[in-house]
Design a protein around this ligand. Sequence first.
Ligand code: TRP
Length: 444
Amino acid sequence: MGKIILTGDRPTGRLHVGHYVGSLRNRVILQNSGKFEKLFFMIADAQALTDNFDNPGKVRENILQVALDYMACGLDPAKCHMFIQSVVCELTELTFYYMNLVTLARLERNPTVKAEIQLRGFNHSIPMGFLTYPVSQTADITAFMADTVPVGEDQLPMIEQAREIVRRFNELYGETLVEPAALLPDNAACLRLPGTDGKAKMSKSLGNCIYLADEPEDIRTKVMGMFTDPNHLQVSDPGQTEGNPVFMYLDAFCRDEFFARYLPDYANLDELKAHYQRGGLGDVKVKKFLNNVLQETLEPIRTRRKELEKDPGYVMDVLRQGTEVAQAAAAETLAEGINIVEKKPTPPDTVFSKALGGWYDIVVVMYHDQGHIPLKVKGFVYNKAEGHWDAVAGVNVTLGLPIIRASVDHGTGFGHAGDGHANELSLVNAMDYGIRMANAKAQK
Ligand code: TRP
């Protein structure tokens, strides 16, 4: 089997330059390297809900924003699959099985989770969904049999946790799952780009991020306001480059060729740093150079993003197609992997199939409106020959999106001809509704 990549981002805001040097830039290189058989890039909306469950609207809106950032950076739907996590129900199902393979104590020891619990002030009232997100992340990775997971340094404990779960699974049930490895950026400066204020974490609430979508003027203002060495008061003072945000950004973004274009007095970053350390080089000059470097790097991304923004329908379509591929891949893993654990029994006769007396093949499909296109929420097909309901793959309802349509189709087809029904149906209501409609039709 060829090499497979999976990685993703939580859609809680637009992506910024930290995401870019930490992972996005590398993903595009990996995508174009021809070394990977399949690449999956996931918008982790279900994971984002684990600490934004009180604000699903924010998560929902940012799905499109992240997709725009992905494509603006050069992720190409012809070469990779970009998809929405919550739509692939199989990931949730895998998570449920993996939960058996990890203890509460182990989850509480996960350093990333520990730090985030502190940051969010959860203390002893940690939502279970949040605590178990590393398990769901294991499902994300293994569902695609991914061996390579390009991530930032903060995600290393997640990959370690995934490797442990995979080993445990394989030990108990036979060699089935692939043990993944993290792939970090080569350039150490890209591992943790600080905020423009020098704080270790870039965050929207701190207002210390440069976004990929920022306008040239915003970038300039943010760069010129960046923190530097606090002891470098006069141009003549010797300055520190280590831990100095401006130089940390240059470490991550600068290439020698930029000097020829914008600062020809120096051949490379080492020379610039040496001058700063000796004294005699002012912050403004270095900031202006960094501004030029960032402007040149971000300009093509912003331009492509603006083009894509004009056609959100196209972007959502890319996600829909990517999601279909992802869903099929995850279903295959689930069938192969989990049936080893437990051959799933056929669902027992339900109220619904009893009500129908097994007369009809019926499909109930619900839709919700996710931005621009209706997506399938969940469907059930009544299998007359075998006498049971089968869930058909679709979208789960964790995002609490309004359901705009539930529809019923007779025969073997899977469609939404007629029988539209509006608003806020629960899954059970929709099935019930489907059966009533089906019975009504049959009586005609
Ligand atoms: N936790 C990752 C982040 O916060 C996003 C993510 C979800 C992910 N599932 C993943 C990354 C699987 C790599 C693999 O950025």
